[in-house]
Design a protein around this ligand. Structure first.
Ligand SMILES: O=C(O)CCC(=O)C(=O)O
Length: 212
């Protein structure tokens, strides 16, 4: 998938790239602190499915659009449906870190307009799902991992396809694009106590998207 991917050979399917430890510790701390600032305006909370189910990870968003789910269903909104206020702007540290991480990949020109932030604590999971509320599936989903390590599951195009488990750690970036954009994926396990960041106990995932 590009020069950087060639340095990290894996058995992962084409279109996925796992950039191990691409973000240095100082950047990870900056991103975690910027997330805490975002969450002062748009607090983390548990989204709900239309049928009343509750997501186990807490979520919030920043950027021009945010992904949310409640009794009205899944959608991207310009306004945080909980407060009626616009989502906080995407911090400069987010866009800068993304630019550094993606330079040298085939998605270096990716310009997200949304970042869904998931906060996981011990015992939290995310079931296998596809990201399909975005306007153009030609654009990738790019995820930055911060804090505790986790088993990220990357599956097939049917929920019942057996997924592969990938250990994602603080500072890793995972790209799902190209022919893997619509693969089912999820989080199987959080390794509590494994965060290398003093300012973060659990795990944060910053999932960058182009909503529109
Ligand atoms: O936390 C992760 O790495 C995955 C998050 C995810 O799948 C999502 O937000 O759609």
């Amino acid at each position: 998938m590009g020069p950087i991917a060639d340095l990290f050979p894996t058995d992962l399917p084409s279109g996925t790239v796992h950039l191990k430890s691409i973000l240095v510790a100082g950047v990870q701390v900056r991103l975690a602190k910027a997330t805490q600032k975002v969450a002062k305006t748009a607090e983390f909370s548990h989204a709900r499915t239309k049928s009343g189910g509750v997501y186990s990870a807490e979520m919030t968003n920043c950027g021009a659009y945010g992904w949310w789910s409640d009794a009205e269903g899944y959608r991207y909104t310009e306004i945080d449906p909980r407060s009626g206020a616009p989502w906080p702007q995407m911090p400069k540290s987010f866009t800068e870190a993304l630019k550094v991480a993606l330079s040298g990949t085939t998605v270096a020109d990716f310009k997200p307009d949304a970042c869904l932030i998931n906060h996981y604590v011990a015992g939290t999971k995310m079931g296998l799902h596809q990201d399909k509320d975005e306007a153009d599936f030609a654009r990738p989903i790019v995820t930055v991992s911060l804090g505790a390590a986790a088993d990220f599951l990357i599956g097939g195009f049917d929920r019942s396809d057996k997924p592969t488990s990938v250990l994602v750690e603080s500072g890793d970036v995972f790209i799902m694009g190209g022919e893997s954009r619509m693969r089912f994926h999820g989080i199987r396990k959080i390794y509590s106590g494994s965060s290398p960041l003093p300012c973060l106990e659990g795990r944060l995932s910053l999932t960058f998207r182009k909503a529109t």
